[in-house]
Design a protein around this ligand. Structure first.
Ligand SMILES: [Zn+2]
Length: 247
């Protein structure tokens, strides 16, 4: 009898592994945002964890589904790189306009000086900072968004921002401060960098105009003001996503 149960347990185990592998294969071949099984799993933060769905676009339901009433934006930063209150208030308003939810950003941790003796940060260092310092996660009626502010990227030194997990991004503020237009457009540069990365988290790709352009356009020492906000096409994309997830 015991042998029978062991055998049966073995069969069940093999079958469950097979199903799990099939689901993983199915999930990984479907890109975020394209519907199907992955889009269904994306709706649940716990399942995203189990199936390792951490690409940009996988977390968009946190910011769009009506069950989440508010968004908390946690910001951790290197000493000297805390975003100003003015920038945060502008960004909160922008994100409220995009998502229709109440958004509140807050400065959480100053990263200890022991971890800031590197001038540039690679992906591994960034994700270990996120796992060490991040304290806000999506739960109940609150969706979490996470921003890490450091100096520069070591892999892509001219990048001003990058997505990390499906609900987090990094801002390379030293790189932003070195842009020729920083002295006149400090707030807008930081705000639009955050908006660009948030656009990716909603699943948007690079666009030929607006804030989702791959590169900030500077002409005559000025940034094209159209780079500060989403193009009409991207706004329409966001609107249709909001409709899709409004139920
Ligand atoms: Zn981008």
């Amino acid at each position: 009898m015991l042998r029978f149960f062991l055998k049966a347990a073995g069969v069940v185990l093999v079958l469950s592994l097979l199903v799990f592998t099939l689901i993983l294969a199915r999930v990984s071949t479907t890109s975020p945002g394209s519907g199907g099984l992955r889009a269904e799993l994306d709706r649940y933060p716990t399942l995203r964890g189990i199936f390792r769905l951490h690409s940009y676009g996988d977390g968009k339901t946190d910011y769009l589904l009506s069950k989440y009433k508010q968004i908390k934006l946690e910001i951790d930063y290197l000493p000297g790189y805390a975003p100003s209150e003015a920038m945060r208030l502008n960004l909160d308003k922008d994100l409220e306009a995009l998502t229709g939810k109440t958004v509140s950003s807050f400065l959480s941790d100053e990263i200890s000086s022991g971890e800031n003796n590197t001038e540039r940060y690679n992906e591994t260092e960034l994700s270990s900072l996120e796992s060490k310092y991040r304290s806000t996660h999506t739960s109940g009626q609150t969706a979490a968004l996470y921003m890490l502010v450091v100096t520069k990227s070591s892999e892509h030194p001219t990048n001003v921002g990058e997505t990390m997990d499906e609900n987090s991004f990094v801002m390379f503020d030293q790189e932003i401060q070195e842009l020729p237009t920083y002295s006149t457009d400090e707030l807008k540069l930081e705000e639009s960098t955050a908006l660009h990365e948030f656009g990716h988290l909603l699943g948007l790709e690079h666009s030929s105009s607006g804030v989702m352009e791959a590169q900030v356009e500077v002409s005559g020492g000025q940034i094209d003001p159209s780079n500060y906000w989403f193009s009409a096409g991207d706004l329409a994309r966001i609107r249709s996503l909001r409709q899709k997830y409004a139920t």
